[in-house]
Ligand binder design. Structure first.
Ligand code: SAH
Ligand code: SF4
Length: 371
């Protein structure tokens, strides 16, 4: 491949159109190729039989469809599957597939590491290395869809939900994330419902506003505390965008959506830190005017955090209090924690030998301790 090879996996909806126009082809070719790659899971240009032979030849000379390099894959006892993908220079990302009876949810990463540095999060402790490109974000969905082994005929797809709750803060990698979302929703690509693609954010206010201008996917807010004093300690970005400003932005986002929306409020429960009934009361008061459901996430252990997961009883008590105030409150089940695939445990973990080999390829990786 030459330096000028175009990776078709890395082109969003608009770029695909521009690309075909730029090589003197009709715009509808973009739609055909998008269907081949993203809807039918085909990565071999020569198999794209509704393109003329000469066009296929032209594409074979100038393009590639680069697939993510999966270096590790493991299934959990509970059916959760985790992949580790190498994105070059020693950088590793993870994605997790959580199959349930009627749906299959894929949790994908948007950055290598994360700079937000929440005190309870393994990805945050790892530090930030770089943003993922579009091809690396959408490539995760491509790999997971294709892993089902059945040819993706028109109309057939296996993954029903995507959550951007893997490594990284999606709103700090805005353009590639939005382009990936466009492909997820497109009828000629993954055809997911906008209510079933969820972007989770730790709370970047200007970017929430910016998102409302270009998309209306489901929003999840990592709140984790009902007051600024506590949230400042857990989610440092709160010092810049405190709770009131954040909830205002969420309201603006909900209002900008065409249909009625319920925002998910994520609340990690850490023993004796944010799980008291007084705080549940404060939370119930705070969220009174927001159409929302609350997702409680019992803390998953990470190294050197000093935090503990509360007992089942404490978690139940917190939930029941909020329910008594009329909230819909779910407890996120801890799936995949035997393979370190649960929330907050994603750090691109592989065995030591593979990691060392990958790491050697890159110097100056910002941080440190992998679990
Ligand atoms: N950066 C985004 C999305 C990725 S984090 C965000 O913060 O929303 C996805 C979810 O996992 C967040 O709700 C986060 O708070 C949660 N999480 C992080 N570390 C965790 C841990 N140790 N135990 C349980 N949940 C955790
Ligand atoms: Fe980053 Fe989200 Fe982890 Fe916070 S919880 S450090 S924002 S990935």
């Amino acid at each position: 491949m030459t330096a000028h090879t175009t990776n078709l996996m890395g082109l969003g909806k608009k770029e695909l159109k521009d690309f075909f126009l730029s090589i003197g082809e009709k715009e509808y070719r973009a739609r055909q190729v998008m269907k081949w790659i993203h809807q039918r899971g085909v990565s071999d240009i020569s198999l794209m039989t509704n393109l003329s032979k000469s066009l296929r030849q032209k594409l074979l000379k100038t393009c590639e469809i680069k697939l993510p390099e999966v270096i590790y894959q493991k299934d959990s006892k509970d059916g959760t599957r985790k992949w580790v993908i190498s994105v070059g220079e020693g950088d590793l990302i993870e994605m997790v597939l959580i199959p349930e009876r009627k749906r299959a949810t894929l949790c994908i990463s948007s950055q290598v590491g994360c700079a937000v540095n929440c005190s309870f999060c393994a990805t945050g402790k790892q530090g930030f290395s770089r943003n993922l490109d579009l091809e690396e974000i959408i490539g995760q969905l491509w790999v997971a869809e294709n892993s089902f082994g059945t040819p993706r005929e028109k109309g057939k797809r296996n993954i029903t939900n995507v959550v951007m709750m893997g490594m990284g803060e999606p709103l700090l990698n805005f353009d590639p994330v939005v382009k990936a979302i466009e492909l997820m929703l497109d009828d000629n690509a993954y055809r997911l419902s906008k209510r079933k693609v969820t972007l989770s954010t730790s709370g970047f206010v200007p970017q929430i506003d910016k998102l409302s201008e270009v998309s209306d996917v489901a929003l999840a807010i990592s709140l984790h505390a009902p007051n600024d004093e506590l949230r400042n300690q857990l989610v440092p970005v709160n010092k810049k965008y405190p709770i009131e400003k954040l909830l205002d932005a969420v309201n603006r986002y909900v209002e900008s959506c065409q249909d009625s929306r319920v925002t998910t409020i994520e609340y990690i429960l850490i023993d004796k830190i944010n799980d008291s009934i007084e705080l549940a009361e404060e939370l119930a008061e705070l969220l009174k005017k927001l159409p929302c459901k609350i997702n409680l996430i019992p803390f998953n252990s990470i190294k050197n955090s000093g935090y503990k997961r509360p007992s089942g009883n404490r978690v139940k008590r917190f939930q029941q209090f909020l329910q008594s105030k009329g909230y819909v409150v779910t407890i996120r089940s801890t799936r995949g924690d035997d393979i370190m695939a649960a929330c907050g445990q994603l750090v691109g973990q592989v065995n030591d030998r593979t990691r060392k080999k990958e790491r050697k390829k890159k110097e100056g990786y910002i941080k440190t301790e992998l679990i």
